[in-house]
Write a protein that binds this ligand. Structure first.
Ligand SMILES: Cc1cn([C@H]2C[C@H](O)[C@@H](COP(=O)(O)OP(=O)(O)O[C@H]3O[C@H](C)C(=O)[C@H](O)[C@H]3O)O2)c(=O)[nH]c1=O
Length: 188
């Protein structure tokens, strides 16, 4: 398993090792011991799985506010998607900055997103599935959204040839300019 840091402190890419043979491959997509040894010692308590029928589906940007903040370990189980994490930690050297990664069933890449980030993705193929671990339980009362295409965030999403497929919640999400973050960067 390979872990690569990113420009956003704590956000990293994980590429599990694949053992290929004539049948296909085998990979450990999570292992508490090897991930902890590599610095990801988060205790995950909930697994999520979503399927988006259409390419150009956008889910996010979402996060749960403290005390129900969630760290996430994400991967694409089928299809392909562009995954985005946005640093919301006041005091972080990268507050307000985002990072994006193409995840696919083919590349097997995972993203570890610490608490204090908003998360969203855009599907790049039909029938795209994302599966991910969360470090806290679903707490809808603490859920918050930010506009995926907010000009203040200037996230460079893959080009779409039609309007995105969005939930009502995401279509009417608040703007960055009106946002006050509930997160403070934890001391190093
Ligand atoms: C997140 C969640 C949702 N639900 C129920 C609530 C709704 O009835 C239904 C769909 O929820 P929602 O529209 O919020 O699903 P997404 O738009 O995929 O939300 C997720 O999308 C972004 C990308 C994320 O990172 C979050 O995990 C999450 O916010 O599932 C649950 O029962 N448990 C849960 O943990």
């Amino acid at each position: 398993m390979r872990i690569e840091p990113t420009d956003l402190p704590g956000l990293c890419l994980v590429t599990p090792r694949r053992y290929g043979d004539a049948r296909g491959f085998f990979a450990e997509t999570f292992n508490a011991r090897t991930y902890a040894r590599a610095g990801i010692d988060t205790v995950f308590v909930q697994d999520n799985h979503s399927v988006s029928e259409h390419a150009g589906t956008v889910r996010g940007l979402h996060f749960q506010a403290p005390p129900h903040a969630q760290a996430k370990l994400l991967r694409c189980g089928r299809g392909r998607l562009f995954d985005v994490a946005l640093d919301l930690r006041v005091g972080s050297t990268t507050f307000g900055r985002w990072a994006g990664f193409e995840l696919s069933a083919e590349n097997g890449r995972q993203v570890f997103i610490p608490e204090g980030f908003a998360h969203g993705f855009m599907t790049l193929e039909p029938e795209t599935e994302i599966v991910y671990k969360c470090s806290d339980f679903y707490a809808p009362e603490s859920e918050t959204a930010l506009r995926w295409d907010d000009p203040g965030l200037a996230i460079v999403w893959p080009a779409l040839d039609a309007p995105p497929v969005l939930s009502e919640k995401d279509a009417g999400a608040p703007c960055w300019a009106d946002f006050t973050s509930p997160f403070v960067m934890a001391p190093a």
